[in-house]
Ligand binder design. Structure first.
Ligand SMILES: Nc1nc2c(ncn2[C@@H]2O[C@H](COP(=O)(O)OP(=O)(O)OP(=O)(O)O)[C@@H](O)[C@H]2O)c(=O)[nH]1
Ligand SMILES: [Mg+2]
Length: 226
């Protein structure tokens, strides 16, 4: 009896999340803001990459970020160095962000004043995959030191994401990273998935990714006009 009840509770939690996520998605659409979320294991480089992204996009776009962690304001403080508006969400014991947390964190923000909102999820390769945050684009990051087999071991997170980003490529040689193997494993779990590789430290590969993001924003805006 215990197991079916647990499954039922989990289903209800996910259903409640989906309802809020749907409302968020509509709110984002109405405001014309493009929402990009980032998921990865702890320490893959989400914040470093996002700080770089915010800094480089700011002259051209109105950008802001939310960042989730169990505890501390550390990542918000790092991201705020870009000059963009940033809010930290602390989840306490939860290993993922939920749509209601995003909704609450956005309280008082005028989304009409934004072009792109980034949401950094809690570092975890499992839990965030089940929770829709109403985003337009979900990026899954994997750093070169994590092992090329991560897509095979954690297929759900790759399946819930739209684009994969291999980070810390400045360290690739030192850890004997095998790009072909990592790429093949990503394609094995998610055929056709677009993959970028970059370094937040040296900036290599970042421009290509930013061009892609700009193009997606343009697509979104032209689709809204049609
Ligand atoms: N060499 C190198 N180090 C990096 C790069 N990106 C991030 N780092 C380092 O990796 C460590 C973790 O980076 P974070 O940006 O904090 O990673 P995160 O994914 O935000 O971590 P959590 O929020 O805790 O999940 C830090 O010491 C960063 O300086 C990179 O491109 N190259
Ligand atoms: Mg972080």
């Amino acid at each position: 009896m215990t197991q079916p009840r647990l499954i039922e509770v989990r289903k209800n939690v996910l259903k409640a999340n989906d309802v809020v996520a749907r409302a968020l998605r509509e709110q984002f659409r109405a405001a014309g803001v493009f929402v990009v979320s980032l998921v990865s294991s702890p320490g893959s480089g989400k914040t470093a990459f996002l700080e770089k992204t915010l800094t480089l996009l700011r002259p051209q776009y109105r950008v802001a970020a939310l960042v989730g962690d169990l505890a501390t304001e550390n990542d918000a403080l790092r991201l705020a160095r870009s000059g963009a508006p940033v809010r930290q969400i602390t989840t306490g014991t939860l290993c993922h962000l939920e749509a209601a947390m995003v909704q609450k964190a956005l309280d008082g923000w005028d989304l009409n004043q934004l072009d792109i909102l980034f949401v950094e999820n809690v570092g975890n390769l499992v839990c965030p995959s089940s929770y829709d945050l109403g985003e337009n684009l979900r990026l899954v990051l994997i750093s070169v030191s994590e092992g090329e087999d991560k897509p095979l071991k954690y297929p759900t997170i790759f399946n819930s994401a739209d684009v994969a980003i291999i980070t810390k490529i400045d360290l690739a040689a030192a850890v004997e990273f095998d790009y072909a193997a990592a790429y093949g494993n990503i394609q094995a779990v998610r055929p056709g998935m677009q993959v970028f590789q970059l370094s937040a430290k040296t900036g290599e590969g970042v421009e290509k990714y930013l061009d892609f993001l700009g193009a997606r924003l343009t697509d979104l805006r032209s689709a809204a006009v049609v």
